[in-house]
Ligand binder design. Structure first.
Ligand SMILES: Nc1ncnc2c1ncn2[C@@H]1O[C@H](COP(=O)(O)OP(=O)(O)O)[C@@H](O)[C@H]1O
Ligand SMILES: [Mg+2]
Length: 483
């Protein structure tokens, strides 16, 4: 073969590969100009327990299916790939599995990669029309991977005994099945991912995944809404929104967890209000605020304010069962680390719950006095009015112009958890659960000016219009009086 012929041959082969590639839908996934960024964020995250909470049609199942196919085939672009991968996809029922997860897997799985399909119901000649039990996939390392299709309504027993590399939950599983599946991935150091619309209220997923009440560093979540899905038709979005109540939209569109009573700080948005820590200029350092507790945690945060009145919650001390001198020690050392200012007597200054000035029968000194002994000058003259406090915090979360003025460093995990789990209870009072950090946040925010009264500058035309309508009303009233 001559040099020319060889080049020609190589070109032909390349072309064939290219055509094959184009036919292969998985290679087109988020590879063009239009990219679903939130899906890619999910794929890039290397944690072992990842969840996508999203509205219907926001793109959750799509990314779950691609994640699974990448893993089975051994072509995940961001993770270490393995041979002979064994995974499960768990759906609420077999019919949902067939219509949703299974159909997306078949969509993204190149037929050439399928070694075998074993059906549970229906014929393997037409797998899409029946319920698949498992699919065997040719892995690029030469082995064979296996994906089992499971249904939560089979009950936990059916989930016992196997060692898995991954489990994908499409829609929320019951807790016993989730726990069983966690056992299944232990041996192989596998991982779990879930894609779901939270429609069941405040279940274990809310507590264990979203709030991450166990503080598990391997747990990760993101939210997806319609606007994040660039493949969704604008008309489709409008038609959806039109037919839904605000409440339904919260879960169906935004994938937010709801219960009947609603969240107190429903304005709180993780994407806006939680920020990466940065070096705050010392001129912005403002005040500390403390909610003391003995059996309950003592909560203390460090607050800074910039020239535009934006508040930054920069640091956190949150601990229970400790004495005042212990807390004072920690607070002073955090102050030292931050280079926090002292008063002219070298004392740290802070706001504190006014109850701290009371002396209990058992104690000789009040909490205020105990802090003063430790060189912390706490000021108990705080505004404790619950309603004005909550409404001012809400103002700071979402002002008249829709922008927030309250930013929390992501390291303040207890404050963030409390905000996310603060629900209205009976009688329009928040449920008393964990509100230690929230109380102290309110005292601080009440010490700040009201966030922003909208300063509307009216145009001449608008002023004219308003004057005319006032006149019109006056004239009408006069003529009514004359009748
Ligand atoms: N990366 C993507 N590429 C192409 N289309 C997508 C992508 N992500 C989502 N879609 C489109 O959006 C639709 C809804 O996505 P899907 O994952 O089924 O939503 P969900 O599971 O959140 O209800 C899909 O049917 C598909 O048409
Ligand atoms: Mg789905």
């Amino acid at each position: 073969m001559t040099q020319d012929e060889l080049v020609k041959k190589i070109k032909q082969v390349e072309k064939k590969i290219e055509i094959k590639r184009k036919k292969n839908v998985i290679f087109r996934y988020n590879a063009g100009d239009v990219v679903h960024q939130k899906q890619m964020e999910f794929h890039r995250c290397l944690k072992r327990n990842r969840w996508v909470f999203g509205g219907n049609r926001s793109g959750k199942t799509e990314c779950g299916a691609v994640e699974a196919v990448w893993r089975l085939r051994g072509i995940h672009p961001y993770r270490e790939n393995k041979n002979n991968v064994f995974g499960w996809v768990v759906s609420p029922s077999f019919s949902v599995s067939r219509d949703v997860a299974q159909s997306k897997i078949l969509h993204y799985l190149n037929p050439d990669w399928i070694e075998d399909v074993v059906m549970q119901q229906g014929k393997s000649s037409n797998p899409g029309g029946g319920v698949i039990d498992y699919i065997l996939v040719k892995n690029v390392f030469g082995g064979v991977s296996k994906l089992g299709f499971k249904s939560s309504d089979q009950g936990r027993i059916k989930f016992q005994g196997t060692s898995l590399d991954f489990v994908w939950f499409d829609e929320e599983p019951p807790m016993d099945i989730y726990d069983e599946c966690r056992m299944r991935v232990l041996d192989k150091k596998g991982d779990i991912f879930g894609t779901m619309t939270p429609l069941l209220g405040l279940t274990f997923v809310y507590n264990r995944i979203y709030l991450n009440d166990g503080g598990d560093n391997e747990i990760w979540h993101t939210f997806m809404e319609w606007a994040d899905n660039p493949y969704l038709d604008k008309n489709e979005i409008e038609a959806f929104s039109f037919s839904m109540s605000e409440e339904a939209l919260q879960s169906r569109r935004y994938g937010k967890f709801i219960n009947n009573k609603g969240l107190v700080y429903s304005e709180f948005d993780e994407n806006i209000h939680i920020i990466e820590p940065f070096n705050v200029p010392k001129e912005w350092y403002d005040n500390l605020s403390i909610d003391p507790g003995l059996n309950n945690p003592l909560s203390c945060h460090w607050y800074a304010v910039d020239g535009d009145g934006n508040i930054y919650v920069m640091a956190e001390h949150y601990e229970k069962g400790q004495t005042v001198d212990y807390h004072a020690g920690v607070i002073k050392s955090i102050c030292d680390n931050l280079g926090w200012h002292r008063d002219s007597f070298g004392r740290v200054v802070a706001l504190i719950d006014s109850a701290a000035s009371q002396r209990t029968l058992a104690a000789e000194k009040s909490v205020v006095e105990l802090f003063l002994d430790e060189d912390i000058q706490v000021n108990p003259k705080v505004d404790k009015n619950l309603f004005s406090g909550i409404s001012r915090v809400k103002q700071y979360l979402k002002g008249a112009n829709g922008h927030g003025k309250l930013y929390i460093f992501k390291t303040c995990i207890n404050l963030i958890r409390e905000i996310k789990s603060y629900w209205w209870g009976d009688g329009d009072i928040p449920k008393k659960k964990d509100d230690h950090a929230l109380d102290e946040l309110r005292y601080y925010i009440m010490s700040r000016p009201e966030s922003f009264k909208p300063m509307v500058k009216l145009s001449m035309i608008e002023k004219d219009k308003r004057r005319l309508s006032r006149e019109l009303i006056r004239k009408r009233r006069n003529s009514m009086n004359q009748l």
